[in-house]
Design a protein. Structure first.
Length: 215
């Protein structure tokens, strides 16, 4: 089992979050809009590594891509953080939380989304992993959707295949009741390129500094 502790500082959260409720030029039907907005336990989390010396260009391109989401009438909330320390320092993480299976089947214009990402994001970075994760309320404290915060601790745990249930049981038995927001997610599809096994079990935890550091 491998633990990777990644510290993420979110000083640019106000720039990298988009939450839109209106409709763009690609008008959606009421049925598809309702499906897109259905709440659920799933999160899409992606890791990007800006090319050396291209961080500013990457940020500008990512902001342009968020503008595309706004114009397309995307109703999802997108979170973004820069990694401050650890082996993935200066990498970027973006995510959307609280998604249902139905909403995942009804994203806004997937082909146009991909085309705009290729135009504005990919010239300046490398996608190192995209995964679908399920929120684990029994191990967490919170709603499954992170509260806005200037910084937080982001942890990934890579398990050998078949160890997920034992890990969850051990985590549940050993941890004290979290006092602050602590969110655990289990990977159900996709993943990150750092995984060394062919079918790894990957867990992600988000929590505040006050929760993770000793007083």
């Amino acid at each position: 089992m491998k633990y990777r502790w990644l510290w993420i500082i979110g000083t640019a959260l106000s720039i990298f979050i988009v939450s839109q409720t209106g409709r763009g030029p690609e008008a959606q039907t009421g049925q598809s809009s309702d499906a897109q907005n259905k709440r659920g336990p799933y999160a899409r989390i992606a890791f990007l590594r800006p090319h050396d010396g291209r961080t500013v260009d990457f940020e500008a391109g990512y902001i342009r891509h968020l503008q595309w989401h706004k114009q397309a009438g995307d109703t999802w909330v997108w979170y973004g953080w820069k990694i401050w320390a650890g082996e993935r320092q200066r990498w970027f993480v973006y995510a959307t939380f609280g998604r249902s299976a139905a909403s995942l089947d009804n994203p806004v214009s997937p082909s146009e989304d991909e085309r705009d990402a290729v135009l504005n994001i990919l010239p300046h970075c490398e996608f190192t992993g995209v995964g679908l994760y399920e929120y684990l309320p029994a191990l967490s404290r919170g709603t499954g959707e992170p509260q806005p915060t200037a910084s937080l601790e982001f942890t990934t745990v890579d398990l050998v295949p078949g160890a997920a249930k034992a890990f969850e049981a051990a985590l549940s038995a050993s941890q004290s009741t979290p006092q602050g927001e602590t969110l655990w997610y289990r990977m159900v599809a996709g993943g990150v390129s750092i995984a060394k096994t062919s079918s790894p079990s990957i867990f992600i935890s988000l929590q505040s500094w006050a929760e993770s550091l000793p007083l």
